[in-house]
Design a protein around this ligand. Structure first.
Ligand SMILES: [Zn+2]
Ligand SMILES: [Zn+2]
Length: 437
């Protein structure tokens, strides 16, 4: 077991900082995902921001959190809330977030628990801890401040996925914005994040050094490719993550290819239902409702068989590491008229990456050749390099903390440009405290 015992392995300093404002990355400082950030001022007011895990094989966990009464959870992706049940079970930490994030957390924790059992890796928490965590949610609306000791806390829209929040903190002598995962561009589900006027920005740098292709052109390339596949009598399999990507893709298909026969499967169906119950979290609730009514939801074996003749199948998992997408792929792989269209980045060692690089991937435990046409599209909802820099400039911040980023390939590009622009830049390292000036 890689697990820690409460209070035994935490290396977080016992005393508050003597001066300034302390940040301490338990995880997510010099890596993407796996986030946990402790913040504390000289009066010992403290807060944890996010507590996730990295769903790699085997998973990575952040360092053990110290006892902390309150945690703000920015959004419902597993790399930001995967370890919250441990926190709640061991420290009875209150979780703060939007209503939709709280609702979706249940599905994400259940799924994480299920996957850990299937793949046989240990988790630090069990099913009962999910119930404990669900009881500890404190719901906050966007733009409605609340008081946390001598700080004022406010959630601001982050783009990225519905319910995702940035956290604005006003302390006695400093204002801070923590972006969580964010995007300033509009997507079908979400409106872009807007800058806030603050002293310090903690910003995610997933896409440091990389810019996204123009979104309209990417949508055009995607829909044209689908038309090609369908015109030759094939089915396009579109692997997509459940929480955000699946619904964005279905909405785009509804808008640009309304004549197509589109079927959707996986946990994305449940997430869509929760999103529609929280219209306040959506850019255009009616568009999601219409798109969702239009798409055929797969819920039985016979639905699955029917979908094999569809024009498009949108299904989890987004990286072909499991989920119904593999069942479809196994059937579709024999007919060269079919194609697999990826909607985003495929992580190293994922099924999708194997397929792209070697033309084969594990299906139900067997390495299987898939000679189908493949294509990859960029529908990420993280800000690209230029959006990150522009956002920081518009926040008029003096100090920047660059986290949730690859320290070798992504962050140096951002550090270089931001220092040229005279920002004071922090490059946090997990397990090492830093002080804001
Ligand atoms: Zn993330
Ligand atoms: Zn995310």
């Amino acid at each position: 077991m890689v697990m820690y015992q409460a209070g035994r392995t935490t290396k977080y300093p016992e005393l508050p900082p003597e001066e300034g404002f302390r940040y301490h990355y338990l995880g997510g400082g010099d890596e993407v995902g796996n986030v946990g950030i402790m913040l504390e001022d000289t009066k010992a007011t403290k807060l944890l921001l996010d507590y996730g895990l990295a769903p790699t094989d085997p998973p990575r966990y952040p360092n053990e959190a110290p006892p902390v009464k309150d945690a703000v959870i920015t959004h419902s992706h597993i790399d930001h809330l995967g370890m919250a049940p441990w926190l709640c079970a061991n420290h009875r930490t209150r979780l703060h977030g939007t209503a939709l994030t709280a609702e979706i957390s249940h599905a994400m924790w259940n799924d994480c628990h299920k996957v850990s059992r299937i793949e046989g890796y240990p988790l630090a928490w069990d099913k009962r801890d999910i119930e404990t965590a669900l009881n500890l949610w404190n719901i906050h609306d966007f733009d409605k401040p609340w008081i946390h000791h001598n700080w004022n806390l406010t959630l601001r829209r982050a783009g990225h996925i519905p319910g995702a929040a940035m956290l604005e903190i006003e302390t006695d002598n400093k204002s801070i914005l923590m972006t969580g995962d964010f995007d300033t561009r509009d997507h079908p589900l979400t409106k872009g994040a807007e800058p806030r006027n603050v002293d310090t920005v903690f910003v995610e740098g997933t896409y440091g050094g990389r810019n996204h292709p123009n979104l309209d052109e990417e949508v055009k390339r995607f829909t044209e490719r689908i038309v090609e596949v369908v015109d030759r009598g094939g089915t396009a399999l579109v692997p997509a993550f459940a929480n955000g990507r699946t619904q964005d893709i279905v909405m785009r298909l509804h808008k640009y290819l309304p004549e197509m026969d589109v079927h959707v499967n996986g946990m994305g169906k449940h997430i869509a239902k929760l999103q529609m119950e929280h219209p306040e979290s959506l850019r255009n609730p009616q568009e999601l409702e219409e798109a969702w009514r239009w798409a055929k939801k797969i819920s039985s074996k016979s639905d699955r068989n029917k979908a094999l003749n569809a024009d498009v199948i949108v299904s989890t998992s987004g990286m072909l590491d499991g989920g119904p997408a593999l069942w479809f792929l196994n059937r579709l792989r024999h007919d060269m008229k079919n194609a697999v269209l990826f909607t985003g980045y495929q992580a190293r060692d994922s099924g999708g990456r194997n397929l792209l690089e070697k033309g084969r991937l594990p299906i139900f435990g067997n390495m299987t050749d898939v000679p189908l046409e493949l294509d990859q599209f960029s529908f990420s909802t993280h800000a690209g390099h230029d959006e990150i820099v522009k956002f920081i400039q518009e926040c008029k911040a003096e100090e920047v903390v660059l986290y949730h980023t690859d320290p070798n390939h992504a962050r140096p590009h951002l550090v270089e440009e931001l220092e040229e622009l005279n920002f004071k830049v922090h490059s946090p390292v997990n397990g090492v405290s830093g002080i804001l000036s």
